[in-house]
Design a protein. Sequence first.
Length: 430
Amino acid sequence: MSQPTSRTAEIRKIAKAGDGKAEQLLAELLRDLFRIEARNVAINHDQYSLNSLNGFFETEDGAFFFKFHQEEGEEAMSGEYYRADILARAGLPVDQPLLMSVLPGEQILVYRRRTDPRFSDVLRALDLKDDAAARGRAVEAERRLSEAVLKVYLATLHTVGAREVAAEPIHRLFYERLVDPSAASYPGGRMASFYVGKGFAFPNLTLDWETLSRCRFVVNGIEYSDSIGALFDAAHERLNPARLADAGGVVAHGDAHNANVWYEERDGGAHLSFFDPAFAGENIPALLAEVKTTFHNILAHPLWLYDPAMAAGRYKASAVLDGTLLRVTTDFAPSPVRRALLDVKAEALWRPLLSELKARGMLPADWRRVIRLGLFLCPTLVMNLRAGITTHNAVSSLIGFSVAVMAGSEPVAGEDWISRFIDTIDPDNG
């Protein structure tokens, strides 16, 4: 039986051409779904829209903002996107859509247009030019949001069954990108299409998948325990939804990267609010709930994931193959605002959450592994990190795989900025 087509997938595909056809199809979709006549439809082409599309349109009732997230095979998947009411009922600051469709392949949200910047744009400006006062406002806004999110996590933390966990759409961001959606075969999905059997071009070095997947990385002298292939294998085993009920479930946004967060300055401070809750849920695994936020808002910056051309102009990276070790040298480092955000995320959210899990007897012995594997999948499966395929180049590709390994694997000896973060959130460390 043939699967139904996805109109959002088609719009997202042809929008890259910039010839106006996607805007026309989008206006037709809005008319069919909501009986509105959209004019002056404009699609944004920004670096954060890796798996989504957003933009603006007008009607006789004013100006509006639209956004949709679209996954491969979405029209054949079970589950439901866009449950903003879950977050609002839990007390989280979330911008409620005026119009919403959750039809498979036609899932889209419509909001009243706002002039506030996204938090991602505010932070990118601070990456490029630090401003201590602006940084302080941004970091304090993040602290307040993290405290609000933690309050909801602790209030909604509950035991869950494997079936409840498996029904959550958040797995489309992790496990379901590792497997073929029709047969759940591994390796499949994005992992197979992005990497298996492919070539990898780094500065002055080209490797095939068989070689790269078996290499262990040594980044700036720090050797890591796991190869890329071993990390993918471990993620396939441990992040299977059937195995993620052991730490309980919480109400969460699930995909709160900062391009899904409004930044509003008022009353002498800054305030943050969510939108686009495509993966919100009531039974999201507690150890997975904050993983996307942590990686995409902090570890993915500055520049290398979303602005790879700029990263190549700002940073250096080189690699030498030494037997089964890939020795990487790079001057990439997090900016002051990202370091501050990581400290806030550790202090205001991760550590108290893990402490509560431990106090309730719900913290798995391998919690570090679970978090690290989730962090590892964030950059490797959100887009193709191979140079020359999408927007990545040899330098940004090497930085990207290095950061992914640093996030996913424990160092053999010594420490790095990610391992220090993991140690900081450990409830057993006094």
